[in-house]
Each structure stands twice: as structure tokens, then as C-alpha cells.
Ligand binder design. Structure first.
Ligand code: COA
Length: 232
């Protein structure tokens, strides 16, 4: 369990190094810079710490001061940076919050490698319907700024939620949805670039470059959205 939590946080940090560094391989100095200028990463660290205390520290004498420390840090990151992630949330490794400010994540279940924009709220329905259910969100889901996701719904793997979308019903895997009322804009939308950044796409396109004698019909451009060019 301890190992799993640390590996999840390790993956969170890797996402920041991947997306926020110049070339994806930051030096120690660049890494320090990313920590300093990413208050949302500090908030993710506080969340992982809270989950770790809940799951692993059972002796009252140690648990009590650590819980007090967690509560204090959580209050601080919320007051200073406007980010709160409930310590009852079960979120896979590789959580990337793009910007601080107005990020409220309740006790949800979320997969790995998800991107969350600022001013995003994820939680229960306010009318109490659905016996207090909270969303279950898949892997590699991209959640645009200002969106609200609520209730005991399921958001499939690889879904992209455009900014300012109100999500109160299930979304099938890989769909691109937008608006209020929410509409499915595309049914099979590749969100690799949103999740991993344009640099990853460039790498994939380069590694896809055909060998000298290969037929030219197998080439792909950096702008196409052909799923054959990307890992699923
Ligand atoms: C969501 C996104 C990836 C979709 O890209 P796309 O597949 O190229 O689609 P488009 O942007 O061309 O939009 C397609 C249609 O959906 C509409 N649309 C896009 N986002 C929308 C939204 N949030 N709400 C409602 N409609 C939206 C567009 O107006 C367009 O409508 P039209 O065809 O009638 O002109 C892209 O719009 C995007 O990245 N938006 C987020 C930008 C953002 O948040 N930037 C800040 C980052 S910090």
C-alpha cells in the first residue's frame, strides 16, 4: 500500500516534469523550478500525504499529529492556491492539474494520467439523488477548465471534456463532449496531445517515419488525428 501510494505520487511528479520542462528531461535546477512555480503540484503532494496517513498510520499517538498536520497543509493549499482534493478520493498515478484556482475534487474514483483544468469541480449531486454517488472517471481523461462533473456517473477512458461543460450523465470512452447541456462532439477522439503534450506527438511521429524503402502511403503528419499513429 505504501509502495503504491509513493509510486502514484512519483507518477504525478513525472507528469509535471514531462509537461512543464523544456525537453521532457529536466535538470535538478529545472525540477526545483517546477516545484516552486506549481502550487497545484504542492496541493497534489498534500493530498497524497493525507491518503497515506489514512491508510498507513494506525497508532493514535502518531496518527493524531499527522492528521492535524495534513488538515493544516490542506487548509493552507486551499486558502493560498484554491485547490482541495478530498483525502477519500481514489486517484491513480499521473494526476496533472494544469493551473491552481478553484479546483475542488470530492471523494471520487479517478484513473491514472488524468488532466484537470482550473475551476473544475467534481463531486456529488446537490439534490441527494443517486444515494450520494460521486463520479467514476477512467484513465487518461482530460477535463477542461470550468467544467463541473457530478453524481454517480461513469466517464470512460480517454474522454475529453471541453471547457465549461456540465457533466451529469455517463460518457462513453474516447468521446469529446462540450457545453451545457452536454453534447458529444466526437465519438472517437484521440486526446494524446492534450494529455501528454505536443512533444510526445512529435516523438511518435518521428518514430513512425518510414524506412527509406517503405511505401510513402504509410507516413503520417503531425496534424492528423489518425489513431494508428498513437498508442491506445
Ligand atoms: C476541446 C478542444 C480540444 C476541441 O478541439 P477540436 O476537436 O479541434 O474542436 P474545435 O475547437 O474546432 O471545436 C469544435 C466545435 O465545438 C465547439 N466547442 C469547442 N469547445 C467548446 C466548449 N467548451 N463548449 C461548447 N462548444 C465548444 C466549437 O465552437 C466548435 O463548434 P463549430 O463546429 O460550430 O464551430 C479544443 O477546443 C480545446 O483545446 N479547447 C480548450 C482550450 C483551453 O481550455 N485552453 C486553455 C488551456 S489552459
Amino acid at each position: 500500500m505504501v509502495e503504491r501510494l509513493f509510486s502514484r505520487f512519483g507518477k504525478d511528479v513525472e507528469r509535471y516534469y514531462e509537461l512543464d520542462s523544456r525537453d521532457g528531461h529536466p535538470t535538478m535546477r529545472e525540477k526545483a523550478g517546477i516545484w516552486v512555480r506549481s502550487p497545484q503540484l504542492q496541493a497534489v503532494a498534500v493530498f497524497r500525504f493525507g491518503v497515506w496517513v489514512n491508510a498507513n498510520v494506525h497508532r493514535w499517538l502518531l496518527r493524531f499529529p499527522l492528521r492535524v498536520l495534513y488538515r493544516f497543509l490542506n487548509l493552507l493549499t486551499f486558502a493560498l492556491w484554491g485547490v482541495h482534493i478530498d483525502d477519500g478520493a481514489d486517484i491513480g498515478g499521473g494526476l496533472y492539474i494544469g493551473h491552481p484556482g478553484g479546483v475542488l475534487i470530492g471523494p471520487v474514483k479517478m484513473g491514472s494520467n488524468c488532466n484537470v483544468g482550473n475551476n473544475v469541480t467534481i463531486g456529488r449531486r446537490s439534490d441527494g439523488r443517486g444515494s450520494g454517488g460521486t463520479p467514476t472517471i477512467g484513465d487518461s481523461v482530460w477535463i477542461g477548465t470550468g467544467s463541473v462533473i457530478f453524481g454517480g456517473i461513469t466517464v470512460g477512458d480517454g474522454v475529453s471534456i471541453a471547457p465549461l461543460t456540465v457533466v451529469g450523465r455517463n460518457i462513453p470512452p474516447q468521446a469529446l463532449v462540450a457545453g451545457n447541456p452536454m453534447k458529444v462532439l466526437r465519438e472517437r477522439y484521440d486526446n494524446t496531445i492534450q494529455i501528454h503534450g505536443a512533444r510526445v506527438q512529435a516523438t511518435l511521429v518521428l518514430s513512425d517515419t518510414p524506412k527509406v524503402n517503405a511505401p510513402s502511403s504509410t507516413t503520417s503528419t503531425s496534424n492528423d488525428n489518425d489513431e494508428a499513429s498513437f498508442p491506445s
